[in-house]
Design a protein around this ligand. Structure first.
Ligand SMILES: [Zn+2]
Length: 495
């Protein structure tokens, strides 16, 4: 018998931002609108990217004959804290679009949005949704494993699914899993409850790599935990650059009914992370000058990962540290770096083919974005969006704004700089390809993340060096001004 009647009404949407508390500036509504922003009927399966959690959930829900009520997709690359206006608009739009006769809600969240006036934007949103739809409807979410998951979020949701890979490659599966359990719950096949266990630790992301111990050990354990009554097991390593009170590693278990069993499983999982905490602090990154020379010698091309200026962790992309090391080097070769520098873009945009003098960076001597004077030839300008080729951000669009390619004068090294107006992720080579730079022929390419750049640059090179640079995403966490964190917290207190 063919029955075309939709079985369940499910509201779907996404609010995706990883903030960094330690950078200046704010993420505005326009920043979202310049990236990925769609409301209501303008939302489709691929609105957040064809390999996204949202696409995964969309497929599962439509195959289960659910009627989807699209609310809002507001997706940003990692950015500074968001404005109150942006947060209020996003919260209200999602809330208003959810009808009261809904059967369930699925939201794709990063889990680490932050605003100066609000430590827990997702917690507030989920609490308001719960208040609107009542206690008996299901709320399912998906998260990045670097989410800041709070008690408030825990109280509001039924189903939680987070990535089990880093670099993050299982976005689609993560959204699909959350939606699968939602469908099972709607059918009355399971009674999902979510529980949490906490370890008072935060760690820099360098070792959050599922291909290598210690993180591999933990991700394998998480997968093993997810069986039988444990419908979904997630281990949140959290992102460490948020100045918030509940920041810590967490194990989150969505269990079928048996809360006590789920709690025991969560505790066992987080205990394994706690035992390995010291291994996450063994930084293998090199001082930047050494890292740069090594990268030059390793073969063309090699990525130098600028950890302190990881736009993938919310830095502004305005560091001059790698550039300054290249300027001081006496070796030969070629390098391409990317710098967010709107004022230099304006100064140089109309000087194509000419020699210009530019001041890059605005910081004091010794800071990550220390001011530096360069003489350069302006090669080209561009004003178009980029579309990431990274496997986990495939087709995701970002906006560098007006951009200029310059070649800096140096006796032995060809130094190319892509100057752009807005921060972009440098987890794959697309910012360099914006200008048709032949990335395969450049000796050293600056990447801006701790781990994610590895699969993103893999299409051109497997070689990389980690540079232990300064900045808002530094691996050295005690170097940052945390004021709200829990105490004790490893590694601040050696517990
Ligand atoms: Zn992440």
């Amino acid at each position: 018998m063919i029955n075309n009647k939709k079985l369940y009404k499910v509201a779907v949407g996404g609010f995706y931002l990883e903030s960094n508390s330690f950078v200046g500036g704010e993420t505005t509504l326009d920043d979202f609108k310049n990236q990925t922003f769609a409301e209501g009927s303008a939302i489709s399966r691929n609105s957040a990217g064809s390999a996204s959690e949202f696409a995964g959930a969309w497929d599962v829900l439509t195959q289960a004959n659910c009627e989807l009520i699209p609310t809002l997709i507001a997706y940003s690359s990692p950015r500074p804290p968001m404005t109150k206006e942006a947060l209020d608009m996003i919260t209200e739009t999602i809330l208003t679009a959810i009808p009261t006769d809904i059967d369930g809600v699925y939201l794709m969240l990063h889990g680490s949005a932050w605003a100066h006036h609000e430590d827990d934007p997702e917690g507030v949103l989920l609490t308001k949704i719960r208040q609107k739809i009542g206690p008996n409807k299901f709320i399912a979410i998906s998260l990045d494993l670097h989410a800041y998951f709070t008690e408030q979020m825990l109280k509001a949701v039924d189903i939680v699914s987070a990535y089990k890979t880093c670099p993050h490659l299982d976005l689609y599966e993560t959204g699909a899993r959350s939606a699968e359990i939602l469908v099972q719950a709607l059918r009355g096949e399971v009674k999902p409850k979510t529980v949490m266990a906490i370890a008072p630790m935060i760690t820099p992301p360098e070792h959050h790599d599922h291909n290598r111990a210690p993180f591999k050990t933990l991700m394998d354990a998480t997968r093993k935990t997810q069986s039988g009554k444990v419908l979904i097991a997630s281990l949140l390593a959290t992102q460490p650059w948020l100045n918030v009170p509940e920041l810590a590693w967490k194990a989150i278990i969505t269990v079928d009914g048996d809360v006590e069993y789920g709690q025991k499983q969560a505790q066992e999982l987080i205990d394994q992370a706690w035992v390995l905490r010291k291994e996450f602090l063994s930084v293998t990154a090199k001082p930047v000058a050494i890292a740069f020379e090594e990268a030059l010698a390793m073969g063309t091309p090699t990525v130098i990962a600028d950890m302190g200026d990881a736009t993938n962790g919310g830095s502004l992309g305005d560091s001059t540290e790698v550039l300054r090391v290249a300027l001081a080097s006496k070796s030969s070769g070629s390098v391409a770096v990317s710098i967010t520098e709107p004022s230099a873009v304006i100064t140089s945009q109309s000087s194509i083919g000419q020699r210009v003098q530019l001041t890059l960076g605005s910081g004091e001597p010794g800071s990550y974005n220390e001011r530096v004077l360069v003489y350069a030839k302006v090669i080209a300008t561009a004003n178009k969006k980029i579309s990431y080729t990274h496997p986990a951000a495939l087709d995701v669009v970002d906006d560098p704004g007006l951009s200029v390619l310059i070649e800096v004068e140096h006796p032995t090294i060809k130094i190319y700089i892509v100057l752009h107006s807005q921060p972009v992720r440098v987890i794959d080579p697309v910012i360099y390809e914006l200008f048709d730079l032949k990335v395969n022929e450049i000796g050293v390419l600056q990447g801006k993340s701790h781990v994610s750049f590895i699969p993103g640059f893999a299409r051109i090179t497997p070689r990389y060096v980690l540079a232990d640079t300064l900045g808002p995403t530094a691996a050295n966490l005690p170097s940052l001004p945390f004021t709200k964190r829990m105490k004790p917290l490893y590694p601040f207190e050696d517990i």
